[in-house]
Design a protein around this ligand. Sequence first.
Ligand code: HEC
Length: 151
Amino acid sequence: MNRNLTYALVAGTLAFSLVVVAAQAPEPTQSTWDGIYTDEQAQRGQPLYKKECASCHGDLMSGGEMSPPLTGGEFLANWNGLTVGDLFERIRTTMPISKPKTLSRQTNADILAYIFSMGKFPAGKEEMPPDAEMLKQIKIDAEKPEAKPKP
Ligand code: HEC
């Protein structure tokens, strides 16, 4: 084999390995596209959302006069690249704005599952745990990370 070609191949392989390592290294190991809540959990969250959040954020999460939407491009742009743990803590410590910190962690996790279901993120087999540290392992990706080949 031509020596220059060999060098090029080796360099290319190295660069590729670095990209792979870099892609695997970052802290969050999961994405909001990995099925991070269950349908059942989102269904539990729905009446809780209606009771605690809908008066301001709207039944369809499209926002109200003073309150921002909790679904759609603007909302996702605010949270893209942050973690589910960050959003969980934001809600837990500041919402409902009229009586923050009054809802249990479990209630917040269930409401968040409902928010993700309304945001068209897929449900999965395991419930989202009511634990900010564990949820910091899950990255919020506004766009699905890579288009998987169609089956
Ligand atoms: C009394 C009205 C009211 C209620 C009830 C309420 N919110 Fe809010 N919420 C607001 C307002 C106003 C803002 C914007 C000001 C701020 O960020 O603090 C906000 C902001 C937010 C944000 C930040 C949005 C962003 O784009 O970053 C989230 C997330 C959120 N609320 C979730 C909830 C959830 C979940 C509930 C129910 C547990 C809830 N809110 C209940 C009024 C309310």
